[in-house]
Design a protein around this ligand. Structure first.
Ligand code: EPZ
Length: 417
């Protein structure tokens, strides 16, 4: 298995272009199922998860073109096999996003229950509840959700909790339903709004996406469209946290500054200076950052996907910080690995107290999930000596060409197997 060898101790300096958003691209790929016309996408990141999703769609009969320079064309002329098998779903929970579109397009679907993952149980009860409210019949049998619906009908759904893919699944089911669907307590993440913009480009009628109340008026059919995926706000935040932790000066290009206000606010609190352009962010940090406490929350709060990266920053900051994870029940596994690098972290339930230390010491560490891997890379960039991050297939799921981008910023990092 591949590893990343990092020699730490140098500030990141230079410019790098951020890729398209994984968590926007994945639902937008599933939107292909809603029409028999082509969907021409751009700024699609070359990630493991994108490849997994295109393979899943191809297995259903979707034509998938070559993925080159961020461009990807897909077409679901017909759906031969509305199935998302366990083998695929267990490697990527976002596969559950085919459920709504399949029901909307062909009135049936068999989707494996995602099962848990490293960071939590990851139930899909809200997806099921909403689809049943729209008239779907869903039986859970042998680990699969077997769903059918003659034609989905619009419904007024108040979601019990904020769920990103739950909101996206129901929005995609509703665009072809008979009548109007209102989703209350909807997720407000920018990726939800990006999916809605793509669906509207295909002819859907959606208002309020990106707010807590989304109104979808069903239409008879959707057309194809050409659509550019939004920039990845978590990749953006990851590079900014790395620049702040290493005391560097970095300019990020191709970003959407307005989609990560909470992260930018916390970076300023950590002592970094930020200059925002229309599609760029320049960060300047010198020496050690100030400790900064964070509490994760649904958007526009501080993103849970940024929590691990800030723990690495706080590990070398001046002072002590309290990190509270309110979204997932087991998202501190990076803390155990950071301790191997010399971090001073104590965990109590969903709260971590991080006392900054002057220097971390390089060591062998193991990635456990996508954002934990990013946290270990950041720590390796600041640690004295060599850090070897193992199981970096986790990283490859969500970061495109990470070592090349870091090397362009002066980091000494190489992939070894
Ligand atoms: C999305 O996951 C993201 N993935 C995650 O990013 C992200 O961490 C998460 O949203 C929160 O922002 C994609 O968009 C592909 P949720 P999702 O449903 O939709 C509970 C990454 O690193 N819940 O918003 O699966 C759930 O257990 C990944 O890129 C239910 O109880 O997350 C969790 O505690 C990791 N029942 C909370 O809600 C449900 O039916 C939020 O989960 C659905 C969710």
């Amino acid at each position: 298995m591949d590893k990343l060898r990092i020699t730490g101790g140098r500030p990141l300096e230079g410019k790098v272009r951020v890729s398209g958003a994984k968590n926007a691209a994945l639902p937008i790929l599933c939107a292909t199922l809603l029409t028999d016309a082509p969907l021409e996408l751009s700024n699609v990141p070359a990630l493991m998860d994108v490849r997994t999703m295109t393979r899943l769609l191809a297995d259903m009969g979707v034509e998938v073109g070559a993925h080159r320079d961020g461009r990807l064309e897909l077409r679901a002329r017909a759906i031969a096999n509305p199935l998302a098998p366990y083998e695929r779903v267990k490697t990527m929970r976002a596969s559950v996003l085919v459920l709504g579109p399949l029901l909307a397009r062909c009135g049936q679907a068999s989707v494996s229950l995602p099962g848990g993952c490293a960071i939590g149980a990851r139930p899909v009860d809200q997806h099921v509840k909403g689809l049943q409210a729209m008239g779907a019949k869903i039986e859970i049998e042998h680990g699969y959700m077997n769903a059918s619906a003659r034609r989905l009908r619009g419904a007024h759904i108040v979601m019990d909790l904020v769920t990103v893919t739950g909101t996206e699944n129901l929005m995609m089911a509703a665009v072809l339903a008979d009548g109007v669907t209102v989703l209350e307590n909807a997720a407000r993440e920018p990726e939800v709004a990006d999916l809605a913009r793509c669906l509207c480009a295909m002819g859907a009628r959606i208002e309020g996406a990106g707010s807590a109340v989304v109104r979808i008026e069903g239409v008879r059919s959707l057309a194809g469209a050409a659509y550019r995926v939004m920039p990845d706000r978590i990749e953006t935040g990851t590079f900014l946290a790395a620049a702040a932790a290493t005391g560097g000066r970095v300019k990020l290009l191709g970003v959407a500054p307005a989609t990560l206000d909470a992260t930018l606010e916390k970076l300023r609190e950590a002592g970094a200076r930020l200059a925002l352009g229309a599609d760029s962010i320049e960060i300047e940090a010198d020496g050690r950052p100030q400790s900064v406490s964070v509490r994760t929350a649904p958007y526009p709060g501080f993103a849970t996907d940024m929590q691990a990266q800030f723990m690495a920053l706080d590990a070398v900051a001046r002072g002590a910080a309290v990190i509270t994870e309110t979204i997932f029940e087991n998202r501190f596994m990076h803390a155990l690995e950071l301790q191997r690098l010399g971090a001073d972290i104590s965990i109590q339930g969903n709260t971590a107290v991080v006392k900054g230390v002057e220097r971390l010491q390089g060591a062998r560490v193991m990635a456990t999930d996508l954002r934990a891997s990013a946290s270990l890379v950041i720590a390796g960039l600041v640690a004295r000596g060599e850090t070897l991050v193992e199981r970096i297939y986790h990283l490859d799921r969500g970061y495109e060409s990470l070592e090349a981008k870091l090397a362009a910023l002066g980091a000494r990092v190489e992939r070894v197997n």
